[in-house]
Design a protein around this ligand. Structure first.
Ligand code: HEC
Length: 501
C-alpha cells in the first residue's frame, strides 16, 4: 500500500494525495464503500458535524483508544490524513436510496430473545431510570429507588435524541445518529432487535397508542414509521413541501391528545401533522387531494421554517424557534396557523422548555443557547413574565410536579460546572450547586415521586449525582461514561409536568 502511494507521489502530476483512493483502500472495509457505515459509523458531513470540537484529522491520525478505530499516523502522511479527512467531509454525490426494501433488509432480531412472563428482577417498574452513556455507547438501567444498576447494554454508535418508552413502560426504543433503532425489553433486560430506519436521523417519537414509532430523518428526506411490535416498516414518507421543495425533518414529536405526530421541517415553511389513528383526517391537500385514516398527513403552512418545538400541555399550541433564532412563533394547531410572536433573543432552546402552574397561571420557561438567560412566558397571553439572569447559556431545564424547584444547567461557557436551582413561585435562583469544579454539569431527571434529582457530570469519566430534591444535599454518586441523558419511565410515560418531551 505504502508503495502505491509512493508511486503516485513520485509521478509528480498526481502529487496531491487522493482522499477517495485512500478511503477505498484503508477505510471502506469498516466504514462502508458508500461511507454509510459498517463496523464503524457513517462518515458523512451530516454525521461528522456532530463531533463537537474533536478534530477529524486528529481522530484519523490517533485512532480512538479502546475501540476498533486504528491510528493512521504511521501509515499515512499528514497530507494524506488531510486528504481523506476532506473526502469524508465532502457531501455524498447522491442521496442514497433508503426505502422500505433497504430498511427491511437491515433488520436484525436477537436470536435468543424470548419474552418473559414477569420481570427478571425486583424493583418498582415505574421508577426505572435509564442513563444514556455516550462515552462508550451504553445504556445503564437503574432501579430508581436503590440506584442499583440492573443492566448495562450496548447501543448502536452515537445515540441521538431521547429514548422512547412504550405506554406501559415495558419496552424502550433507542435511536442512533446513523438511523439505527434498537428495541429493548426492560422486563427481560434484553435487546429485542434493531433496524436502520434512516441513514442520518434526528429523533424518534411513539404514537399515543404505542403501535407506531416515527423516525425523523435528515438523510434521506423521509419520515420512517415502524411497527413497535416487530420493527417492520409501516411507512416511509417522502418529505416534499407544497412547492415541490424536498426537506429534512428536524424532529418528530408525539401529540398524545391529538393522536398524531407533529413534524418540524428543516427546509420548508411547513409543519406536518400525521394522524396515528384509523379515524384521522380527512385532511384536504391541494397537491395530493384528501388524506384519511392512519398516517394521513395535514400541512400547516407557516411564514418560515420553524424548529425546536415546545408544546402547551394540551398540545393545542406550539412555539417554534425562527431560523434567525431571535423570536418564538406561536402556532395554533387546531386553527392551523400562526397566532403570536414572542421576542426571544439568543437562540431559545424551546425543545428543552418546561411548563408549570404559577399563581393560577400556566407558564413555560426556556433556556437560550447563546445568552445567560431563562425566559419565563405566560402561555395564555404569551407575555414575558420574567427573564432570569444565569451564569451562562443553558441547555436543559427540568422540574417535577412534586418539586417546588426548577433545575437549570449552565452548559456553555466558563461556568459549565454550575447548576442553578430556581424557585417556581418567586422565579429567583435559590441555590447554585458546584459539584465537580471544572467539569460540565448538565441534564436533570427526577425519580418517579420527585424525591430525588439526578444530575450528570457530562465527562468521559463522569457520574450521575443523586440529590435529595428537597434539601438539595448530595446522596450518592454513580460513576458513568459521559452520561448525556436520563429518562425515568413514569415521568416519561405520564408526560409529567416539568419534563420536556
Ligand atoms: C478496523 C475498522 C476500522 C478501520 C479500518 C477504520 N475505522 Fe474509523 N472507526 C472505526 C470504529 C469502530 C469507529 C468508532 C469508534 C468509537 O467507538 O468511537 C471509528 C470511528 C471513526 C471516526 C469518528 C467518527 C465519529 O463520528 O465519531 C472517524 C472520523 C473515522 N473512524 C475515520 C476513519 C478513516 C478516515 C479511516 C481510514 C483512513 C478509518 N476510520 C478506518 C473502525 C475503523
Amino acid at each position: 500500500m505504502a508503495g502505491m502511494f509512493g508511486l503516485v507521489a513520485a509521478s509528480g502530476a498526481w502529487a496531491d494525495p487522493d482522499g477517495a483512493g485512500i478511503y477505498m483502500d484503508l477505510c471502506a472495509s469498516c466504514h462502508g464503500e458508500a461511507r454509510l457505515g459498517g463496523i464503524g459509523p457513517a462518515l458523512i458531513p451530516e454525521a461528522l458535524g456532530r463531533l463537537r470540537g474533536e478534530s477529524l484529522s486528529g481522530i484519523i491520525a490517533n485512532g480512538r483508544v479502546a475501540t476498533q478505530m486504528p491510528a493512521f499516523a504511521t501509515t499515512l502522511s499528514a497530507e494524506e490524513v488531510e486528504a481523506v479527512a476532506a473526502y469524508v467531509s465532502s457531501p455524498l454525490a447522491h442521496i442514497p436510496d433508503w426505502g422500505v426494501a433497504e430498511i427491511e433488509a437491515s433488520r436484525v432480531m436477537t436470536e435468543n430473545y424470548l419474552p418473559v412472563q414477569k420481570p427478571v428482577f425486583e424493583a418498582d417498574l415505574m421508577n426505572i431510570t435509564l442513563v444514556v452513556e455516550t462515552g462508550d455507547h451504553h445504556v445503564s438501567v437503574l432501579n430508581g429507588d436503590t440506584f442499583e444498576v440492573l443492566d448495562r447494554f450496548a447501543t448502536p454508535f452515537a445515540v441521538h435524541g431521547g429514548p422512547k418508552f412504550s405506554p406501559d413502560g415495558r419496552y424502550v426504543f433507542v435511536m442512533s445518529r446513523d438511523g439505527w433503532v434498537q428495541k429493548y425489553d426492560i422486563w427481560a433486560l434484553k435487546e429485542v432487535g434493531r433496524i436502520r430506519a434512516g441513514v442520518n436521523s434526528r429523533n424518534i417519537a411513539m404514537s399515543e397508542d404505542g403501535r407506531w414509532l416515527a423516525v425523523a430523518n435528515y438523510l434521506p428526506h423521509t419520515l420512517t414509521i415502524l411497527s413497535t411490535e416487530d420493527l417492520h416498516v409501516a411507512s416511509v414518507r417522502e418529505i416534499v413541501a407544497q412547492d415541490g421543495q424536498s426537506s429534512r425533518v428536524s424532529a418528530v414529536y408525539q401529540a398524545p391528545q391529538r393522536r398524531s405526530f407533529i413534524l418540524a421541517l428543516k427546509d420548508a415553511p411547513e409543519i406536518w401533522e400525521i394522524g396515528t389513528s384509523d379515524d384521522a383526517g380527512p385532511f384536504a391537500d391541494a397537491k395530493t387531494g384528501e388524506e384519511k385514516g392512519v398516517f394521513a398527513r395535514r400541512r400547516i403552512v407557516v411564514d418560515e421554517p420553524l424548529d425546536d418545538f415546545f408544546f402547551t400541555p394540551d398540545y393545542g399550541k406550539l412555539i417554534g424557534a425562527s431560523r434567525a433564532g431571535d423570536r418564538g412563533v406561536v402556532v395554533d394547531l387546531d386553527a392551523g396557523k400562526e397566532i403570536a410572536e414572542l421576542p426571544l433573543p439568543g437562540m431559545p432552546h424551546l425543545g428543552s422548555g418546561i411548563s408549570w402552574q404559577r399563581a393560577g397561571h400556566d407558564v413555560m420557561a426556556t433556556p437560550h443557547l447563546k445568552e445567560g438567560k431563562l425566559s419565563v412566558i405566560d402561555t395564555k397571553d404569551w407575555s414575558i413574565v420574567k427573564v432570569i439572569e444565569t451564569l451562562g447559556p443553558g441547555f436543559f431545564l427540568r422540574s417535577h410536579e412534586n418539586s417546588k424547584y426548577v433545575w437549570a444547567d449552565v452548559f456553555f461557557g466558563p461556568n459549565k460546572d454550575k447548576m442553578h436551582v430556581i424557585d417556581k413561585e418567586t422565579l429567583e435562583i435559590v441555590k447554585t450547586l458546584d459539584p465537580a469544579p471544572g467539569k460540565t454539569v448538565a441534564h436533570i431527571e427526577f425519580t418517579k415521586t420527585g424525591k430525588y434529582a439526578l444530575v450528570s457530570i457530562w465527562e468521559d469519566d463522569g457520574a450521575v449525582i443523586v440529590y435529595d430534591a428537597e434539601t438539595l444535599e448530595e446522596v450518592k454518586r454513580l460513576p458513568m461514561r459521559k452520561p448525556s441523558g436520563k429518562y425515568n419511565v413514569w415521568n416519561k410515560i405520564t408526560f409529567s409536568d416539568g419534563t420536556s418531551h
